[in-house]
Design a protein around this ligand. Structure first.
Ligand SMILES: *Cc1c(COP(=O)(O)O)cnc(C)c1O
Length: 375
């Protein structure tokens, strides 16, 4: 062991950092980013908002980000169909990853546990590790769905301090029924976090937990601007919860954690929400096109409420991933046997993806287990 490794916290020794393999290929459909660049008119609005902050950069930012939280609350209230939210129900940070980290810092920590249901967002166990919170994986059904009964059973078995639910789930893409969130909340004494990073991509009528917040003081809904707002590079995530819970996060946040530039950029993008939602609608259309097309080829695909789909029926997922890559399209091997995850792209990117699948299905049928060929 090296001297530095020796000095490292024991629970971090021998671990590797998060990293989605990034390869330089023409069509990148592997990290669930929004396929569209920020439109020129939106970029102009964001630039104007940032420009107004530049001369004041000698000062620290508003450490409570009140103006941004007010805008986020208005956005959620417009979209959520739930109770009217105000700035004190909302908290913002550098990506929902920082939001989740702050939740773990405040409500997890040494000797405490967070319960998750894998396969799900791979950052959740890493954030738990970084905050010395124990991560317990209670798994899912064999088709990767989650039932209220399983969630309640797991909570009773493990008595966690926090429960992480993801809806729509990554990497499966399907939104959770409100009944699952309700069952979790009723069974646990702890904090229930619903990670809704992809909420804006949900099929019409799909559930959001925002409508469940009223009267549930231990419920937290996290969101991000990384996906629907095409703002992954800006690093803006947020949550909605009871004001008392929000206040506790001030105990663990770094002073001035959210820069003036980030706050201004986010407010600019929020002012353009309808414009950006139009591109979300385009991506939903391409997502549905992938689902329909791959199903027509005989490959099972889970219903998706996100900007990606999980395709199954692959006899050798790693070989299919490689063969698709050889045709210039990068998708994601999330380590699930027989399955690959594909982010919806622009119309052209999606066409390239579906063409690549066609070619590989034709040239290497032995890599697939299509449904027509099953007895
Ligand atoms: C992409 C994603 C996020 C986004 O994280 P940011 O830090 O906001 O970029 C959060 N949760 C899930 C499940 C995701 O897939």
């Amino acid at each position: 062991m090296s001297e530095i490794e020796d000095l490292l916290r024991e629970d971090l020794r021998g671990q590797s950092p998060y990293g989605a393999p990034q390869l330089d290929v023409p069509v990148q459909l592997n990290t669930n980013e929004n396929a569209y660049a920020i439109p020129e008119d939106v970029a102009a609005v964001v630039a104007e908002h940032i420009g107004r902050e530049l001369r004041g950069l000698n000062r620290y930012p508003d450490r409570d980000a009140v103006a941004l939280r007010t805008d986020l609350a208005a956005y959620l209230s417009r979209k959520g169909g739930g109770p009217d939210l105000t700035a004190d129900h909302v908290w913002a940070a550098n990506g929902s990853n920082e939001i989740l980290q702050q939740l773990l810092q405040a409500f997890g920590g040494p000797g405490r546990t967070v319960l998750g249901f894998m396969p799900s967002y791979s950052m959740h166990p890493l954030l738990a590790r970084g905050t010395s919170t124990g991560f317990v994986d209670a798994g899912r059904e064999s088709d990767y769905t989650l039932t209220p009964g399983h969630v309640s059973w797991a909570i009773e078995a493990h008595d966690p301090d926090l429960v992480f639910l993801v809806s729509p789930n990554n990497p499966t893409g399907t939104a959770l029924d409100a009944a699952v969130v309700e069952a979790a909340y009723e069974t646990t004494r702890g904090i229930v976090v619903v990670d809704e990073a992809y909420a804006e991509f949900a099929r019409d009528g799909a559930a959001t937990a925002l409508g469940l917040l009223a009267g549930r003081k231990r419920l937290v809904v996290t969101r991000t601007m990384s996906k629907a707002f095409a703002f992954a590079g800006a690093r803006v995530g947020y949550l909605a919860a009871d004001p008392e819970l929000v206040e506790k996060l001030l105990l663990v946040r770094l002073p001035y954690h959210l820069s003036s530039i980030t706050q201004a950029a986010a407010r600019g993008a929020l002012a353009c929400a309808p414009r950006l939602q139009a591109e979300v609608d385009q991506l939903k259309h391409q997502r549905d096109r992938i689902v329909k097309n791959l199903r027509a080829k005989g490959l099972p695909v889970a219903d998706s409420d996100a900007n990606f789909v999980l395709v199954g029926g692959l006899r050798d997922a790693a070989a299919v991933w490689r063969a698709i890559l050889d045709r210039g399209v990068l998708i994601r091997d999330v380590g699930l046997p027989g399955r690959l995850r594909i982010t919806a792209g622009t119309e052209e990117e999606t066409t390239a993806l579906l063409d690549a699948f066609d070619t590989v299905l034709e040239l290497r049928p032995e890599l697939f287990d299509t449904q027509e060929r099953q007895p």
